[in-house]
Design a protein around this ligand. Sequence first.
Ligand SMILES: Cc1cc2nc3c(=O)[nH]c(=O)nc-3n(C[C@H](O)[C@H](O)[C@H](O)COP(=O)(O)OP(=O)(O)OC[C@H]3O[C@@H](n4cnc5c(N)ncnc54)[C@H](O)[C@@H]3O)c2cc1C
Length: 367
Amino acid sequence: MKVIITGCGFGGTEVASELRKRSKELDIIMIDRRRRLEYQAAHPEILSGKVTPEEISGDLNRFASKINAEFINDAVVNIDFEAKKVKTRKGLEIPYDFLVISVGAEQSFLGIPGAKELSHSVNTLRGAIETKKALDGLDYSKKVSIAVIGAGLTGVEVAGELVDYFRDKASAKIYLVELMPRILPAFPNENVATYVGNFLSERSVEILTGAAVQGVSEEEIAFKGGKKLPYDIIIWTAGIKPNSLLEKLDLKKEGGWLKVDPYLRVEGIMNVFAVGDTVYYEIEGVCAGQNVEEAERQGKAAAENIIRTIEEKKLRRYRPKNTIQNPRAFISLGDNKAVMYYGGIIFKPFAYRMKKFVQWWYMRRFR
Ligand SMILES: Cc1cc2nc3c(=O)[nH]c(=O)nc-3n(C[C@H](O)[C@H](O)[C@H](O)COP(=O)(O)OP(=O)(O)OC[C@H]3O[C@@H](n4cnc5c(N)ncnc54)[C@H](O)[C@@H]3O)c2cc1C
């Protein structure tokens, strides 16, 4: 039996290792367009130099050989569900018995004119490294202005790391721009936004809420209502969209994301599973969030259900835990501080150390 895993981030690698734990016989083929897994949660810290690219990315080839799987460094360009074949950019057509789609999400610039062309981003490791280079290359003989667009989890973390980056440099103004009336709008408890907002404001970050970016030109950001903000660097953190591969796949979707049944099978196809950011999963009024915890839990659950299908056992229903309705996360603030948001409560002591421990623990598997 051959299982192909397309996309080897948090979800895909979890599927692979769980499959191997449960079966020594399965042929496991891991395909990714990148050679290294990227630990995206630490990308903002590339800016302040707290982490190196090597520390926060892992060699997928090494990972695959440790679990006796095959790794193919190639991009999946299409899938023939009838013929059960995956097609790759290098022209391979690889047959499978089971398939897992775990290609994650992509950055969205929300169709705002100039945003994609003129912004930097930390969504990919390469993007984070290039953003750091752009910061290093600024002319510090004058005051510089950095605009972080989007004050979700990544936006506030980027703002915090920028404060650390500029600590020993000439003066810089950091703006954190959010469309919604408050920062961290995805977190239902307003207290976390207040705490994080105060922390960043005390460190001289200027927070602009209810600010709708309408366009970006070489010199300035234009807001709805006519306001303009001159900038030296924009770091775009607002919005994600489904992976462009999904557009080619004739599958059931919700807003472009893949719909899966309670066993994490792509709706209507019994031997194709999907996990992680790429998935829209709703059960009993609760929606899975797009985060590392969900990608990993779904990866484990999908692997178990693949094995159960092979063994002709009853499949297990998946229950999300880190949900849209009740999210949980570590939020780094810069200055080696963080908060942990869990069950609507904010935990501060040791949160940064715990976050770093989780990162270290996770990355061990690539060493
Ligand atoms: C900057 C940033 C910070 C974040 N911080 C946090 C955080 O603090 N906490 C948290 O829980 N979540 C965080 N997230 C979200 C988290 O990283 C994602 O939810 C998680 O990575 C989802 O895992 P995944 O396996 O679905 O996708 P990914 O980890 O993105 O993996 C997808 C993989 O698919 C590969 N791929 C894509 N297309 C193709 C193709 N066509 N062919 C082959 N391979 C392909 C990619 O190269 C990638 O390796 C953050 C995200 C970003 C961008």
